[in-house]
Each structure stands twice: as structure tokens, then as C-alpha cells.
Ligand binder design. Structure first.
Ligand SMILES: Cc1cc2nc3c(=O)[nH]c(=O)nc-3n(C[C@H](O)[C@H](O)[C@H](O)COP(=O)(O)O)c2cc1C
Length: 338
């Protein structure tokens, strides 16, 4: 038991990672929290109204603490018409294969962060975590006033120090093995999770949460041995019964072997780790985030409907082949044996 576990009332030193885009459902978050870990909602792609509803859905299932996570927006990137046309031309044949018209870049490329943040504050989760940047002093103060712990994400020591200077309550350090988007903002560093944990524990004065490739109890113990207060695990929960992971995504995870993940900007324009497929192999000139994310939305939705894993973003960490099926409580028990 460490101070962060005590503060959050956890029996198990594991956070179920927020996983935006479907996998982290209210049912998954509630089941992990009920079992003594910290469940999280990946709310980055939800509207303010959906965030409120998701928070209520968790509360209807558990009185235990949980977290909500958002992406910090950067300035919207400027792109030329030629760049947009090239990105569309690359995706058009894939659309044709799925019987869709060519993609178009709509007006709404991301949610309104201000509104999302206000909605998250109103839910009053135990933890508000964020990735892709710094939250700013005013919002950190608002969280503190509401009794919510502010948790930032760093992929290297420099980012960890910046977050600590901003006054966050804890820092997720994300190693290079992690599934999903690289959560930092300076550049795409790929550190070993345990090394990065040791560096951050040495460099900052706030609790460190280790993330990336932690798939079993020995991994979690090693992270705590390196000085982490908690482990944050995403890939280990992707095949949980309560997760929102689509059927073709689950199928691809079940047949994944070692070395089957890759880093790609193909789906969103931002570097992320997932299982390699036709899109990661074929897309060469994605637009910057969040434009490519908006541009591939229809393709991903159709691929999920049609059961086409080869066109789906299959975010997963390097430990994907070690993942298991089961209830969230069973998977959590596999990550911590006391
Ligand atoms: C499917 C998926 C979606 C993710 N979405 C988010 C997210 O919305 N916000 C976030 O901060 N991290 C997100 N992550 C990254 C996790 O927070 C965490 O760093 C990662 O899962 C740890 O590595 P692991 O997958 O090997 O356990 C996501 C990871 C996965 C696998």
C-alpha cells in the first residue's frame, strides 16, 4: 500500500488504462473499480453530453473511484489542398473495397475541449488524466478545488519534469511498448518502461504510474520495484468481456504473435502502436492529427461493421500476444496476486 493507493482507496495497484474509441466502456471501468483497481473512461472522442452519461453509467454500477481521460488539443494544423487531396486519394481505393464513397474532411474534426473538460469536472471522478500536452494552471486548480487528482502523461524525463512543475498530482510515464497513441507532446520518445519509470521517479517529486507492456503480475511487480506507485495497463484489458473492443479487433488480438505491432500515423496522423495491417502498411501521406483521424473515421466504422480487421485501427502494445480473455475481475487478478 503506498500513498497514492491509499488516497484513491485502491486494493490493487493497477489502473485500467483509458482507451478512447470504444474499448473502455463504463462497464469495464466499473468492473475494474469494483475489483479494487482504478477503472477509467477514455473520453477523448466523446461529446460533453456523452461524458456526463458515461460518468452516470459508471456510478450506476459502482460507488468506487474511477478516472476520466481527455486529449489536450494543440492548434489545428494548417494543410494545403494538395495535401488533403493526396491523403484522400490514398484512402479512396480502400473505401471502394468496402463499398463506400471516397472520404471527405468534414467541418468537425474534433470535440470542443472546453466543453469536454467542464463535463468531466461535473462528473467529479477521483482522477482526471490527460495526454498529448499540458493542462494549464487554471484547470489544474479547478480539479484540485473539486477534489479530483490531476494526472498527466509523459514519454520522457523532460515532459515528466514539465508536468511536475505544472503541479499535477501524479504522472503516467508511457514506455515505447505501450499500445495506442504516444501520449507525450515534445517528440515521440520510445523509452523502455522500467528505465523511464526509474528516471521519472528520480527526476520528479510526485507519484509515478508506469505504463507500457505490463501484461502480468510479474510485470506489475517489476514496475513497482522500479519505483512506480501504480501500473497502468491497456492491452491487458482489451479482450475483457466488459470491454467495447469490436469482434474483428478481438479476433486480430487473439491471433497476434510477438512482433506483430507497429508504430503508425496512418489512422490518426499521430504516432500510435497497433497491430500491423493493410492500412498501416499502405498509407504513406497521412494528414496531421486530428485531421487524419477525422478522415479515416468512416473507414474504421465500416470496417468494424463489416468485420474487416485489415482496415481497422487495432491499437495494442508489444505485449498483445500475451493478452487473455476473461472478465475484467479475472484479468485484474492476473495483474496482481498480492
Ligand atoms: C486501445 C487503446 C486505446 C488507448 N487510448 C488512450 C486514451 O484515450 N488516452 C490515454 O491517455 N491513453 C490511451 N492509451 C494508452 C494507455 O493509456 C497506456 O499508455 C497503454 O495502454 C499502456 O501500454 P499497454 O497497452 O502495453 O498496457 C490507449 C491504449 C490502447 C491499447
Amino acid at each position: 500500500m503506498n500513498a497514492l493507493m491509499e488516497r484513491l482507496g485502491l486494493r490493487v495497484p493497477v489502473i485500467q488504462a483509458p482507451m478512447a474509441g470504444g474499448p473502455s466502456t463504463p462497464e469495464l471501468a466499473a468492473a475494474v473499480s469494483e475489483a479494487g483497481g482504478l477503472g477509467s473512461l477514455g473520453a477523448a472522442y466523446l461529446t460533453a453530453g456523452q461524458i456526463g452519461a458515461a460518468g452516470e453509467a459508471v456510478r450506476a454500477l459502482t460507488a468506487r473511484p474511477f478516472g476520466i481521460n481527455l486529449f489536450i488539443p494543440g492548434p489545428l494544423p494548417e494543410v494545403t489542398t494538395a495535401e488533403v487531396e493526396a491523403a484522400i486519394a490514398e484512402l479512396a481505393p480502400l473505401h471502394t473495397e468496402l463499398g463506400l464513397p471516397p472520404p471527405t474532411l468534414g467541418e468537425r474534426v474534433r470535440e470542443d475541449f472546453d466543453a469536454q473538460f467542464r463535463a468531466a469536472l461535473e462528473v467529479r471522478p477521483a482522477v482526471f488524466s490527460f495526454a498529448f500536452g499540458r493542462l494549464g494552471a487554471a484547470r489544474i486548480a479547478a480539479l484540485r478545488a473539486a477534489g479530483i487528482l490531476a494526472v498527466g502523461t509523459a514519454t520522457g524525463g523532460v515532459e515528466a519534469r514539465a508536468l511536475a512543475a505544472d503541479g499535477v498530482d501524479a504522472i503516467v510515464v508511457q514506455g515505447g511498448a505501450a499500445g495506442g497513441h504516444r501520449g507525450g507532446w515534445t517528440h515521440d520518445e520510445l523509452e523502455d518502461t522500467l528505465h523511464l519509470t526509474r528516471v521519472a521517479v528520480w527526476a520528479v517529486n510526485v507519484p509515478v504510474i508506469a505504463a507500457g507492456g505490463l501484461m502480468d503480475a510479474a510485470d506489475v511487480r517489476a514496475a513497482l520495484g522500479a519505483g512506480a506507485s501504480l501500473a497502468q495497463c491497456g492491452t491487458a484489458f482489451l479482450r475483457a468481456d466488459e470491454a467495447g473492443t469490436s469482434a474483428p479487433y478481438r479476433g486480430a488480438l487473439a491471433s497476434a504473435g510477438p512482433g506483430d505491432t507497429t508504430l503508425t500515423r496512418a489512422f490518426s496522423g499521430r504516432m500510435a502502436r497497433g497491430l500491423a495491417n493493410r492500412v498501416t502498411a499502405g498509407v504513406r501521406c497521412p494528414l496531421p492529427f486530428p485531421l487524419q483521424n477525422a478522415l479515416t473515421r468512416e473507414l474504421r466504422a465500416a470496417a468494424a461493421r463489416l468485420g474487416r480487421a485489415d482496415f481497422l485501427s487495432l491499437w495494442a502494445g508489444e505485449g498483445a500476444h500475451r493478452g487473455r480473455e476473461g472478465t475484467a475481475a479475472e484479468l485484474l487478478a492476473g495483474l496482481w496476486d498480492g
